[in-house]
Design a protein around this ligand. Structure first.
Ligand code: 0L1
Ligand code: MG
Length: 262
């Protein structure tokens, strides 16, 4: 760690104030270029603690920047991990108030729900599949607190990997009934196809992202809990949305899920 406890607390407060006040900010590494990975995750942890202190409930975990398309879009070379609380959860088909978000984008996700806790190190695709109860379709709404989505990996980790809203739905399927690499993914905005992909776009296999998350948490003495959604990462580039937009996602065998922006 390179930042003091006070600096971590004040950066967490700043990013959370930006989220709640719907305003953007320059990336925090501009002022703190020496910030390291532990600082970045400590800021993220402090944001989670603030949300829980306000009454939010943990509602899952997310892997971000797990596809080559996203890494290229954002100019970074490694995945990142974040948390979900019930403040971010949206019911299937529900309307999201765009005025509560800065510059939202949507991305299609394959969502895992585990039947037993998973802990790294040493976690791999087969261990994830063996621990998975079912997989689902999900749409993540990301909303970087950084101006024009311009950030580096440490800044975006501190900002809880741009997490803003998510919806899961469609048809829950056992993972052994599917080949998750070849699942076709089609996302439409206002009836037009805006993103197309397959599960393998996520690190070759979406379960590889979940294994990386388990290993990342294991290094911090934590684990992936059972029974909550784990977003394995956007299958395609994220697509910008505006008030009035309707977004629907179809994933082969997993059915459809949709959102509307008001
Ligand atoms: O879930 C994601 O892949 C988003 C990670 C953060 C980067 C971004 O804001 O696009
Ligand atoms: Mg995502």
């Amino acid at each position: 760690m390179t930042l003091s406890a006070n600096t971590i607390a004040s950066l967490a407060e700043h990013l959370e104030a930006c989220r709640l006040g719907v305003r953007d900010t320059p990336k925090i590494t501009d002022e703190h270029p020496g910030m390291d990975w532990d600082d970045a995750y400590a800021i993220q942890d402090a944001i989670l603690a603030a949300q829980l202190a306000r009454g939010a409930k943990p509602a899952g975990l997310k892997c971000g920047l797990t596809s080559h398309a996203k890494m290229k879009q954002m100019g970074v070379a490694e995945p990142a991990f974040g948390f979900l609380t019930d403040e971010f959860a949206v019911a299937e088909g529900a309307e999201i108030a765009a005025r509560d978000l800065i510059h939202p984008k949507v991305e299609p996700e394959i969502v895992f729900v585990l039947e037993r806790e998973l802990k790294g190190p040493g976690c791999h695709i087969a261990a994830v599949l063996a621990a998975t109860d079912f997989v689902l379709a999900g749409i993540e709404v990301i909303d970087s607190r950084y101006r024009d989505f311009k950030f580096d990996l440490k800044s975006v980790i501190a900002d809880n990997t741009s997490a803003a809203r998510f919806v899961v739905g469609g048809r829950a399927m056992r993972p052994d009934a599917l080949d998750l690499r070849t699942l076709g993914v089609v996302m439409e905005k206002n009836g037009q196809v805006v993103a197309l992909g397959a599960g393998a776009a996520v690190l070759g296999h979406p379960a590889a992202a979940v294994a990386m998350l388990a290993n990342h948490l294991g290094r911090r003495g934590r684990s992936i809990p059972a029974g909550v959604p784990i977003l394995s990462g956007g299958v395609t580039e994220a697509v910008a949305v505006a008030p009035g937009d309707h977004v629907s996602l179809r994933i082969q065998h997993l059915g459809s899920v949709a959102l509307r922006f008001a």
